[in-house]
Structure formats: C-alpha cells, structure tokens
Design a protein around this ligand. Structure first.
Ligand code: GLN
Length: 193
C-alpha cells in the first residue's frame, strides 16, 4: 500500500508523521511528475484552500487528481481538504475538485471560535478528539452522503464512496483512529481491484 500526500501547502507533514508511525509507505505530490508513481490512497491536508486550489491549477495537478478521485481513489481530506472536494462553497464562486456532493461554509465558526478542541463521536470509529482551526462545516449534503459526525448540530465529517472528509484535524492529535479507518478503506479498495 502506498499513500500520496498533497504537499503544496499546509499541514501535510503532520499526516506524514502519522503514516510513518503506522509504518505506511507514502510520498509527496508537489508537481505533475510526481503522479508518475502509482498510489492507492490520497491525503488532502488542511491549510488554505484558496492557495492550494490556485497551486493545483498552476501546476496542472487539478484535472489528473480529480479524475483519479472520480475513479474511486480513496481520499482522506481534512479541513481545507474538505473545501477542495466540495461541490459548492457558500458565498464563493470558486470551486475545486467538486467530487463530494456537499456545500461547505468556509471559516464557519467566525473569529471568536476560530480554533477550538472537543471530543465527539464519529460513526464507525467512536469518540475521538477533534481540533478545529478556522474550520469549515457542511451546511448541506446530498442524501447519498453518509454523515459520520456532528458537533453542535453542524456536520463535521462525512463519507461518500471512497471520499472521507472532515472539518477538523485528526493529524494534530495523538489519536490515529481516523487514519486507521482511512487505511482500511484503502486496503478494501486494493482488494477489490
Ligand atoms: N480556513 C481555511 C480555508 O478556508 C481552512 C483552515 C484549515 O485547513 N485549518 O481554506
């Protein structure tokens, strides 16, 4: 199993650290040539979605990655990564991969609650720590999207086909259960091939 980590900007190193701790092979995607390697799963980290979206287009990575996701490549998307996947962004005409049928609101918690930590239940995993940093949440999800977690009645984690996306940063906690759950999705998709 080999995981590709989008490493243009943001908190990619923290995801890589967890993969190393779990003994999983990975490499970074920084340019078009990096896509010559094969991989079984993709991580889209947190950071700044506008910057990542711009770089994805400039580096000619948007279309090839979008087509892999559409062909069911497993994806773990955290925070800005969720915004990159979303079909619509509230009050914003810019969209990116558009492979996840949800509408997100960016910086949805406003300034005062810009960053916070909580513990909440995530379906299929259990209670986990959740770290939110200028996070989005999902204001609308298509019926076929499975809601995995809500905090204060706001949707913060979903699964749609092989796309696992969340508002918070599991890579910034000691708890690696979200990554383990994602790696199970990757393993199952390898076995199906
Ligand atoms: N606010 C950022 C954005 O809109 C996301 C923040 C994060 O990834 N921690 O892209």
């Amino acid at each position: 199993m080999k995981i590709a980590v989008l490493a243009l900007q943001g908190a990619y190193a923290e995801h890589e650290l967890i993969l190393r701790q779990l003994g999983i092979e990975y490499f970074e995607i920084r340019k078009r040539d990096d896509l010559k390697q094969s991989f079984d799963g993709l991580i889209l980290p947190g950071g700044e979605s506008t910057v990542m979206g711009k770089l994805l287009r400039e580096l000619d990575l948007m279309e090839p990655l979008k087509s892999k996701i559409e062909q069911d490549m497993p994806v773990l998307a955290t925070c800005a990564g969720l915004i990159l996947l979303a079909d619509k962004i509230e009050n914003d005409s810019s969209v990116h991969f558009q492979t996840l049928p949800v509408t997100v609101k960016r910086n949805a918690y406003g300034r005062q609650l810009g960053s916070f930590k909580t513990q909440e239940n995530m379906l299929e995993i259990g209670k986990i720590p959740m770290t939110f940093i200028r996070a989005p949440y999902i204001i609308e999800a298509a019926p076929e999207v499975k809601i995995l977690a809500e905090v204060d009645k706001k949707i913060v984690a979903v699964r749609y086909k092989n796309q696992l996306a969340m508002s918070f940063h599991p890579e910034l906690t000691e708890d690696s259960s979200v990554h383990k759950y994602f790696l199970e999705i990757v393993q199952n998709s390898i076995e199906l091939c």
